[in-house]
Design a protein around this ligand. Structure first.
Ligand code: BG6
Length: 474
């Protein structure tokens, strides 16, 4: 058998893309609630258009999600039917601390996640919890400027303490921040950052990144103090950047784009700022207030595993004119003529997964965990809600084969695989429902209309037999 017997199989979601119930159970408002559907979405995500309250004429998809808040039992039962041994989900920070800075948490919010955790365990599914998947309570943005402020570390640790204490012995696998490098690409969506017009955005972003990195290290420390059995991961939006040509200038350009992301995991896994980052910050005149205490914390509290998302590789060039043609969503890329692309222009590169895993494992030599991978596609259900999603099966089968190769032929240590959006959910970049990733179809459209009914797609029974055979039968 290629994969180890205890290999973890499952799926992943994020609170703001599935839960809905934005005003139920004492929940406070968060940045993710206030990102509208439509063309304005990108400016809001970027932090250049300020929208800190609901405005009429806009639809806000996170308010409803797929209403997992009310459907979690049914949804987890479906995951169990597929044989999941792990389910990755995230916490809505403002469910537990509605404002973010209050001394006492909201018991009703904790109870909701307690029920989710218990439901998973009842079905033999290990919860893998992402503590922060882009969420930030609005009050923390208004009063403190979100992660541009060092005080955020303490508020985040209050949340961690509640989680580690209440779920002690039940949850062992944690991720501190989802796609921590997304902060550079969608600063409001990923970290609640808003910018003033004349402000040096790079300075703000890297300072905020520092506070998140320190918070991540402090959370790792706390997790181990509360329960030494806790296993902590960082999480990177990954995917190697290929040079557009063998011209050394292009090779160098691709390396530079890779480093924008490795900057984060270098700190979280190696425990200090890498030399190239120190130089880059100096060159850009960016000043990070790193204290001696920060340095010790970062050095002594590195993570146990590297979680990452992989959807595609990218192509980079040194030619600025060419770069203007870069496409994609939050991580722009040049077109790779050797690859086909999804309906959203995301290039499909299973071999790139094996390449990326080798890059990461060569660099860090700690266990990897693929915590997101999948194909966003338009699905057309029949009258009973059944979808023949052979394109999704193809995509997943090829990526599973690629990671099996990385494990069996290259010796990469891989803990598990959770496909993204195991149940259809709201897209993070576009806010659409029609960009579907799931094994389970959810009858809702881009405006939240529909019955919300869940039905099994063809990929549902396919993934079930993949899991049952531990990845042997694709
Ligand atoms: C990752 C995020 O960036 O990619 C998810 O962690 C997101 O939240 C996923 O949904 C897929 O992206 P999209 O834009 O297709 O939803």
């Amino acid at each position: 058998m290629t994969l180890p017997k205890n290999f973890l199989w499952g799926g992943a979601t994020a609170a703001n893309q599935v839960e809905g119930g934005y005003n139920l159970g004492g929940r406070g408002l968060a940045n993710v609630d206030l990102i509208p559907y439509g063309p304005t979405r990108f400016d809001v995500m970027a932090g250049t258009k300020k929208m800190l309250q609901f405005e009429k004429d806009y639809y806000y998809p996170a308010k409803k999600g797929i209403d997992m808040y009310q459907h979690y039992e049914e949804d987890i039962a479906l995951f169990a039917e597929m044989g999941f041994t792990v389910y990755r989900f995230s916490i809505s920070w403002s469910r537990i601390f509605p404002q973010g800075d209050e001394p006492v948490p909201n018991e009703e919010g904790i109870r909701f996640y307690e029920k989710m955790v218990d439901e998973c365990i009842r079905h033999g599914i290990k919860p893998l919890i992402t503590i922060s998947h882009f969420d930030c309570p609005i009050h923390l943005i208004q009063k403190y400027g979100s992660w541009r402020n060092r005080e955020m570390i303490g508020f985040y640790l209050n949340l961690c303490k509640v989680l580690f204490t209440r779920f002690k012995g039940k949850v062992h696998h944690w991720i501190t921040f989802n796609e921590i490098n997304m902060l550079l690409h969608a600063p409001f969506m990923a970290a609640g950052l808003l910018f003033e017009e004349e402000e040096n955005q790079e300075q703000v972003k890297y300072e905020a990144a520092h506070y998140e990195l320190v918070a991540s290290a402090a959370a790792t420390k706390l997790a181990k103090e509360i329960d030494p059995e806790n296993v902590i991961g960082c999480m990177l939006a990954a995917g190697d950047n290929y040079p557009n040509t063998p011209n050394p200038e292009d090779v160098w350009a691709a390396k530079m784009v890779d480093r924008e992301s490795f900057f984060f995991t270098d700190v979280q896994i190696r425990g200090s700022y890498p030399a190239y980052a120190v130089k880059m910050l100096e060159r850009q005149d960016i000043h990070i207030p790193i204290t001696d205490q920060d340095r010790v914390l970062l050095q002594e509290n590195t993570v146990d595993f590297l979680g990452f998302s992989y959807y595609s590789s990218s192509v980079a060039s040194a030619d600025e004119k060419l770069n203007e043609l870069r496409e994609g969503n939050l991580f722009p890329t040049l077109k790779n003529d050797y690859l086909k692309a999804s309906e959203w222009g995301w290039q499909i590169d299973p071999k790139g997964l094996r390449i990326t895993m080798n890059t990461l494992y060569d660099r860090y030599q700690i266990p990897l965990f693929i915590v997101e991978n999948g194909l966003g596609a338009v699905d057309i259900p029949d009258e009973s809600g059944y979808v023949e999603d052979d394109y999704r099966i193809d995509y997943l089968a090829q990526h599973i084969q690629a990671f099996k190769d990385a494990v069996s032929l290259d010796g990469v240590d891989l803990l598990g695989y959770t496909t993204w959006g195991c149940i259809d959910l709201v897209s993070a970049s576009s806010g659409e429902m029609k960009k579907r990733y799931g094994f389970i179809y959810v009858d809702l459209d881009d405006q939240g209309n529909g019955s919300g009914k869940r039905t099994r797609k063809k990929s549902f029974s396919w993934y079930k037999q993949v899991i049952a055979s531990n990845g042997e039968s694709l």
